[in-house]
Design a protein around this ligand. Structure first.
Ligand code: NAI
Length: 336
């Protein structure tokens, strides 16, 4: 099958080419560097499938253009599908596939890396020591043992985080409309959002971005949190209202913030902008706080995860070609 692969980086090319060979799939992969948008959709020449990533735009106008150009499959090489208009895709006869699980451990371990770095000020210590400054003032941390971790979304990634944090001797609270026996088996306790917000020392977000979860962490939610709370978001940027986060940081209500995702990340992340002036004032303000640590959507970025993503993506395309249905379809019903 001819596949137009958008937002291609050298590592995507390497892992997808390898998976195409290993799986003897023989798909014709056309690697395109630009992000998919209404301006770039025309780059799809006589392909049947489009392969996209988290910041590719797959809204109704783009999908309409793709359908008119003969695209029948959108194979996402990520788990989240909030960037796709699934209703439009269905109406236009475009099947959508994703990679539901590649390495939940990769994201969970990065989540914990952010917690530990912030908790012990590793990001500041690293810079200080390189400057020959070995003073400890300002680097005071706190023990994780005995602390309460609030996990919003106890799916694959949330459960991995719970497993790691119980290893540190933390108490784990979970909020999720679906209760997983594995979570309670680990010693986690389900509660409602209000109690999770008011009792947790660290709140970490692992639910999908849906109309319901958009700005889940807003001024009101932050108001209900403990003084000095740590907030970690490796889910999706828009789960958090960034302006409210900044107000919480300025007032001292929020003690630490660790982000791997950001509401307006599509104009920033995955590119080297070090020679440019950042135009996003809200993001620039976030960077000024000493107790904020941001990574550029790299939680998924391990060798193991990239191998699994590429193999599942190639598998989805092959299965669609053979049987008319990918191995891991995304349907409108999944939004409910
Ligand atoms: P999953 O589908 O296994 O788990 C998501 C859980 O969230 C489910 O148990 C679901 O019931 C729950 N949920 C849905 N609505 C909720 C709500 N309103 N409140 C609380 N819980 C709710 O998904 P998985 O694999 O654990 O991934 C979670 C999210 O992490 C993805 O949707 C994606 O946005 C993000 N992600 C980020 C990555 C990164 O590199 N930063 C990489 C992979 C995923």
């Amino acid at each position: 099958m001819k596949v137009a692969v958008f937002s291609t980086k050298p590592y995507d090319r390497e892992f997808l080419t390898q998976a195409n060979q290993i799986k003897r799939a023989d798909h014709e992969l056309r690697f395109l560097e630009p992000r998919l948008s209404i301006e770039t959709a025309a780059l799809v020449h006589d392909a049947t499938a489009v392969c996209g990533f988290v910041n590719d735009v797959l809204d109704r106008p783009v999908l309409r253009m793709l359908a008119a150009g003969g695209i029948r499959l959108v194979a996402l090489r990520c788990a989240g599908f909030n960037n796709v208009d699934l209703v439009a895709a269905r109406e236009l006869g475009i099947t959508v596939a994703r990679v539901p699980a590649y390495s939940p451990e990769a994201v969970a371990e990065h989540t914990v890396a952010l917690m530990l770095s912030l908790n012990r000020n590793i990001h500041r210590a690293y810079a200080r020591v390189r400057e020959g400054n070995f003073a400890l003032d300002g680097l005071l941390g706190f023990d994780l043992k005995g602390r309460t971790i609030g996990i919003v979304g106890t799916g694959r990634i949330g459960i991995c985080v719970a497993r790691i944090m119980t290893g540190f001797g933390c108490k784990v609270l979970g909020a999720d409309p679906r209760h997983a026996a594995e979570f309670t088996g680990l010693g986690g306790r389900y509660t409602h959002m209000d109690e999770l917000l008011s009792r947790s020392d660290i709140i970490t977000l692992h639910c999908p971005l849906t109309p319901e979860t958009r700005h889940l962490i807003d001024a009101e939610a932050i108001g209900a949190m403990k003084q000095g709370v740590m907030i970690i978001n490796t889910g999706r940027g828009a789960l958090v209202e960034t302006r409210a986060l900044i107000r919480g940081l300025k007032s001292g209500k929020i003690g630490h913030v660790g982000l791997d995702v950001y509401e307006e990340e599509s104009d920033l992340f995955f590119e080297n902008l070090s020679e440019q002036i950042i135009q996003d004032d809200i993001f620039a303000r976030l960077l000024t706080f000493p107790n904020v640590l941001i990574t550029g959507h790299q939680a998924f970025f391990t060798r193991e995860a990239l191998t699994a993503i590429a193999e599942t993506t190639i598998g989805n395309i092959t299965q669609f070609e053979r049987a008319g249905q990918p191995t891991h379809p995304v349907s409108v019903e999944m939004l409910a």
